[in-house]
Design a binder for this molecule. Structure first.
Ligand code: TRP
Ligand code: ZN
Length: 500
């Protein structure tokens, strides 16, 4: 379903550049893509970012954004130059203090050529001064900068950064962030992490946010507008900051009734996944017409639509589950999306069970029974769905079904040890589906190649009914439809990604 169109031959070009050995690559530019076969031009080669410092100013009336990005990185090869991914208008680039040449290239590349070549393995500081009206910029024919009546929001997947800061835009290069944005008094800036300071002068208020744990570029978010903030601390000690647009209308009550349970849900998820990995939790609901939610790190993005039918704790569970599965442990490549969505959906099933609205097994049986063998649902392999099917229903539902099948194969003791052990094993890092299979085999002492192949990779409906637990009390009589749990509709609708 995705919107981007890849240039023909893009994949070959990118992998060709990446295949050049380091020695031969000296005095050559870093690759324009990091080597992800789904998105050949996303991210860049030749350096690794450790920190983004963004000092910005935004005028909601005109959608004008300007400021300076200071990027701390380290070269990973000898470089004559390197790319950043960015769409706004650049006025100056400095590398280690000296002015560098720069030019826009391709759909979203900013090509930087420093005065002198850079040696492999050295720290570099890149300063980019820029300005622009993000809503007027597009790449591959789309924009992910969403205007609201009172400002704008940057929250999208797999790309959102190009519209507001220059980056190495791929989840495999995580970094810490300081995001400081001045807005006219009365407007607020919301971003990830903790609010370090608020200060006002000359009619402008500056909000400074800090993300002190590694964060993928697509998980960085910025919202500008009129917001009401709430702060609290969970029973388990996690600070919670939520923000609500002042113009949510009839959805406001249900939005608050959902997000204000963030602390309770974070503590509940900690019971399954281990300690909450970040210094702050929470979310925000801007006045936007989008229909989806996104697991932006520590500060989840929600759309008002998700609360149009009353409270929706299931979407809160989904996005908070991503804080462990997706944000703390991020995917190595976009093909590994099952590690995000399969587990976030499975957390919703566990929550359903907790709320007495159907057990995980019942929901698995329901998904299995609702899709006949000839349903195209089974042709999507959640373990490698391809860029056009990356966020399709099967990645979520067949993905969660795979998790239930794994649980039934290895038993609850190993399964819950695995759920909790995985975020610890790869804390603040990156991992692949193959890494997960290896780890699951290690924790359970069970060979799992056949199970993973059946549930994640085959383009067909597995023969065995959702690998039912041996202990299930009342198997449905043959030919009997499995009853639809009451919660089902709520779960189907929650993250709303299919409604965009
Ligand atoms: N990861 C999001 C979720 O499951 C869904 C999503 C996929 C999304 N693509 C997106 C959200 C693009 C926003 C924009 O919660
Ligand atoms: Zn999700």
């Amino acid at each position: 379903m995705h919107r981007r169109i890849l240039a023909p031959g893009a994949l070959a070009a990118a992998s060709l550049l990446l295949a050049v050995p380091a020695s031969a690559a000296s005095r050559s530019p870093g690759a324009p893509g990091i080597g992800d076969p789904y998105y050949p031009y996303y991210g860049n080669g030749g350096y690794d970012v450790s920190h983004y410092d963004l000092r910005l100013q935004y005028q909601p009336r005109t959608d004008a954004l300007e400021g300076t990005a200071t990027i701390s990185a380290r070269t990973t090869q000898d470089l004559s130059g390197f790319d950043l991914d960015f769409l706004l208008d650049v006025s100056e680039v400095r590398v280690n203090g000296a002015r560098a040449a720069f030019t826009a290239s391709g759909e979203h590349e900013l090509v930087v050529t420093p005065k002198a070549p850079l040696a492999a393995g050295t720290p570099i500081t890149v300063v980019v001064r820029y300005s622009g009206v993000p809503s007027t910029k597009s790449a591959y024919g789309f924009t992910t900068w969403h205007r609201t009546p009172d400002g704008a929001v940057a929250a999208d997947e797999p790309e959102a950064a190009w519209w507001w800061f220059p980056s190495n835009d791929h989840p495999s290069d995580k970094a810490t962030y300081d995001v400081s944005v001045a807005v006219p008094d009365g407007t607020r800036a919301i971003s990830n992490g903790t609010l370090q300071s608020t200060s006002s002068k000359l009619g402008w208020t500056r909000y400074t946010w800090r993300q002190n744990k590694p964060q993928a570029t697509y998980l960085a978010t910025l919202a500008l507008g009129r917001f009401d903030l709430t702060t609290s601390t969970s029973e388990g000690g996690v600070p919670v900051v939520n923000a609500y647009s002042e113009d949510l209308g009839d959805d406001e009550g249900a939005a608050r009734a959902s997000l204000e349970r963030t602390g309770e849900i974070v503590d509940w998820l900690s019971g399954y996944f281990g300690p909450y990995p970040f210094a702050s939790a929470g979310g925000y609901v801007p006045n936007t017409t989008t229909g989806y939610a996104l697991e932006t790190q520590t500060r989840v993005f929600y759309s008002p639509k998700q609360f149009a039918n009353g409270s929706n704790t299931s979407v809160v569970v989904h996005e908070l589950a991503h804080q462990w599965y997706g944000d703390d442990v991020s995917l190595k490549g976009w093909k590994d999306i099952w590690l995000n969505e399969g587990f976030a959906r499975y957390a919703q099933w566990l929550w359903s069970e907790h709320e007495g609205e159907g057990t995980a097994q019942e929901l698995a049986d329901y998904v299995y029974a609702s899709h006949p063998a000839d349903d195209p649902f089974w042709t999507v392999a959640p373990g490698d769905p391809g860029p056009d099917h990356q966020f399709d229903t099967p990645v979520y539902d067949r993905g969660a079904l795979a998790v239930q099948a794994l649980r039934n194969e290895i038993g609850d003791d190993a399964f819950f040890a695995l759920l909790k052990g995985w975020p610890k094993e790869h804390a603040y890092g990156n991992a692949s589906v193959a890494d997960f299979q290896r780890y699951a085999e290690q924790v359970s002492g069970t060979p799992l190649a056949a199970l993973f192949d059946t549930w994640l990779f085959r383009p067909s409906k597995p023969a065995a009914p959702a690998a039912r637990a041996a202990s299930v009390a009342q198997p449905a009589a043959p030919g009997t439809a499995v009853a639809q749990p009451r919660s089902w509709k709520g779960i189907e609708a929650t993250n709303g990604v299919h409604g965009r």
